[in-house]
Design a protein around this ligand. Structure first.
Ligand SMILES: *[C@@H]1O[C@H](CO)[C@@H](O)[C@H](O)[C@H]1NC(C)=O
Ligand SMILES: *[C@@H]1O[C@H](CO)[C@@H](O)[C@H](O)[C@H]1NC(C)=O
Length: 673
């Protein structure tokens, strides 16, 4: 059994800007995983202020808004200042923000660098001030207007890295060269009046960059101080001065772009390529976890406003039949004995438990355990526990009063679907009939979540490891930890995101726009996986993603070639290709073209019905340009923009029903990091 990050605490009616930078990072990840670029996202310094925003200040939503505004400015100008004043912001603390890319970064690299800085800066929250220096950009927020600040003796820092020069002669030489190159770049930055300079002196390189908010006097003062201080790094071969108003770096390795054109995008060819995907991946993971807790935080703040009487709910919980005593569950799982562990996921581990009455249950132990949202969490449990369907794992209750929060589910003896379809040394190969039943049952379960009850529930994380099989191989959708409910009046909901790359619908991935059609998309991917026995691995370059393969086969009228080879000839070809076509129908780039889950159930169970012609699914992977073309010779920049455009265009279809301002707008908003 798999479990998820604790986004279940996300606010369901939260209108705040969702952290689209997480989406963006994830998107970049999928398009960049195998390409090279050098946005210089190495972290040179992160400084968090000591004073913290109080819980009631409603700070984090304002913070997220601020980062969104800055991202728009960076998208158009490569830098910007923006502030959120007290009145109207909802927060009692003002936020002044500033972001700037160094002048030699290309625009694309600038966006990447800003995205990276933005994923890391929130590590300082809830501090009311923080600054982060990456080697290609700078990002800061504070509770006062700091824009004219050049130096700050209490905070300015140097970061000396690299090995020290070897013998005395080498040291003297290095010292002399560093001295010259640093003075040179400071002079260039002052002289040219744009606050930027790069240069080389006999194998030592340097870059100086002032923030655009400083006047020439402030810039000079800042850089001179930086120059003095960075020389203190000698005899190390690399040093950086990180001041309030400027950045200065020297190194014996060339690290900057010669053409120094932040506006253009031609610099990459001459650049050393660095694979950034791993770094971005790490950042994205951290931020997903963080965004979940912000969401919990924001929701709590809101609820607190609406309901000052939390205590009342608390006491009602302990009386509820959904409530399990912590000690009972502790004993049931043999004190969370590792031999009882049956699964591990983002939100915590899952244990097999035997209750005193002999009933076997699955107990999920949650990593996040914040008393603040316990009551809200319970409401959700209450809501979801009312939902019963043969294709849904039943939530039996929870325990929230012990040292940690626990969820109690019905226990399923068989394993999750991924273990049946992907595992190399699986013991049982599912035959066609079994696969078809799993596909149909999963569709029924989802249709029930979407349309079967008064509340509409979007699962948000449909994937093979979230579909469990019972002893009869009946599929049961697990993990409502991420499920959100919303009333019929809202057409979509922006909220913190969760989900698994490879299963995420483009509009959800890019904008966090969540409708039941995002589940339909994930379901479509699942269908293709079940039939083909292949994962939709967005990181594969050799043969492209599963979606892409299926689409190509569909176009050439050979869809049955996608069927899992381990089935041999033991399947009905026309039915298989019909099911695959339904899968493609569900994964269309345009959300509005995807069928609803009840339509899917209908198509699956009425085999004489014609399946409509699907449109192209979105291709997010590197192979999308062409599996046999020379992808490696592609320009990084045009590569990314192609990827963005491709998604942008497909995305705009789904928007056109609601927005009249068309594809250009969509593209624009996608590039906002
Ligand atoms: C100094 O910079 C390096 C990157 O070159 C980074 O790994 C390190 O964390 C920085 N040190 C501090 C104190 O931030
Ligand atoms: C910013 O925060 C500091 C530390 O809490 C406080 O002393 C200062 O008054 C605040 N400034 C503004 C403008 O709110």
């Amino acid at each position: 059994m798999n479990s998820k990050s604790f986004s279940s605490s996300n606010p369901s009616h939260n209108k705040n800007n969702y952290p689209s930078w997480v989406l963006f990072t994830t998107l970049l990840l999928s398009s960049l995983s195998l390409t090279v670029s050098n946005p210089r996202i190495t972290e040179a310094g992160l400084y968090c202020g000591t004073s913290k925003a109080p819980l009631k200040a409603n700070y984090i939503p304002s913070f997220i808004k601020e980062m969104e505004s800055l991202s728009q400015l960076v998208t158009s100008n490569n830098w910007g200042t923006h502030s959120v004043k007290i009145s109207g912001s909802g927060s009692s603390i003002p936020i002044y923000g500033f972001a700037q890319c160094f002048r030699d970064l290309s625009h694309t690299d600038c966006l990447l660098c800003y995205a990276a800085s933005r994923t890391r800066l929130p590590r300082c929250l809830p501090s009311v001030s923080a600054r982060i220096y990456l080697d290609g950009c700078f990002l800061r927020y504070d509770n006062y207007s700091f824009y004219s600040e050049g130096t700050d003796p209490s905070r300015d820092a140097v970061n000396c890295t690299g090995v020290a020069a070897g013998d005395e002669a080498e040291r003297v030489e290095l010292q002399e060269r560093v001295g010259r190159v640093v003075d040179n770049v400071v002079n260039i930055a002052e002289r040219d009046g744009n606050g930027f300079g790069v240069g080389e002196v006999e194998g030592v390189y340097a870059l100086a960059q002032c923030w655009n908010t400083l006047g020439s006097g402030g810039c000079r003062e800042c850089l001179r101080k930086a120059g003095r201080e960075v020389k203190g790094c000698l005899p190390k071969k690399e040093g950086r001065a990180l001041n309030a108003g400027c950045y200065l770096r020297y190194s014996t390795q060339k690290f900057y772009n010669e053409d120094g054109d932040a506006g253009g995008g031609n610099g990459f060819l001459r650049r050393r390529g660095v694979i950034v995907a791993e770094v971005l991946a790490a950042a994205a993971v951290i931020m997903l976890a963080l965004s979940a807790s912000y969401a919990a935080f924001t929701k709590f703040s809101k609820i607190k406003k609406e309901n000052n009487n939390l205590g009342q709910i608390s006491s009602s919980i302990s009386k509820s039949s959904l409530n399990y005593k912590y000690e009972t569950l502790e004993k049931a799982t043999d004190y969370f004995n590792s031999s009882r562990k049956v699964g591990q996921g983002g939100a915590g581990s899952v244990f097999k438990g035997i209750l005193p009455n002999g009933k076997v249950v699955a107990v999920k132990r949650l990593i996040f355990n914040n008393r603040q949202w316990v009551d809200e969490f319970f409401n959700e449990v209450n809501l979801i526990s009312g939902i019963e369907h043969k294709n849904l794992v039943k939530l039996l209750g929870c325990s929230i009063e012990g040292p940690e929060s626990l969820l109690v589910y019905e226990y399923l003896p068989k394993k999750s679907l991924d273990q049946f379809i992907f595992e190399k040394n699986r013991t049982q190969i599912l035959n066609w009939k079994q696969r078809f039943n799993i596909i149909l049952g999963t569709a029924e379960g989802l249709a029930y979540l979407h349309e079967g009850t008064k509340i509409r529930i979007i699962h948000r994380d449909i994937k093979s490891s979230n579909v469990l099989l019972d002893e009869n191989l009946t599929p049961k959708i697990a993990d409502f930890g991420l499920a959100r409910c919303f009333g019929g009046d809202k057409s979509h909901l922006s909220t913190g995101i969760a989900g698994t790359l490879g299963y995420m619908a483009p509009e959800y991935l890019i904008r966090g726009q969540l409708t039941d059609k995002a589940d339909v998309y994930s379901y479509g991917v699942l269908v293709l996986e079940i039939v083909s026995g292949r994962r939709n691995n967005v990181f594969r370059e050799d043969s492209g993603s599963l979606l892409q393969t299926a689409w190509k086969l569909y176009r050439s009228n050979t869809l049955t070639e996608a069927v899992d080879p381990s089935l041999g000839d033991d399947f009905p070809p026309s039915e298989a290709s019909r099911v695959l076509q339904i899968g493609l129908l569900c994964t269309q780039a345009s959300a509005s073209l995807r069928p609803s889950m009840s339509q899917v159930v209908y198509m699956l169970s009425n085999t004489n019905l014609d399946v409509p012609t699907p449109n192209q699914p979105p291709f997010l992977n590197t192979g999308m340009l062409d599996s046999d073309s020379s992808i490696k010779s592609y320009s990084t920049n045009s590569f990314i923009s192609n990827a963005l455009k491709k998604i942008g265009v497909s995305y705009s279809y789904s928007e056109s029903s609601r927005n009249s301002d068309g594809p250009s707008r969509s593209e624009e908003s996608i590039i906002q990091v």
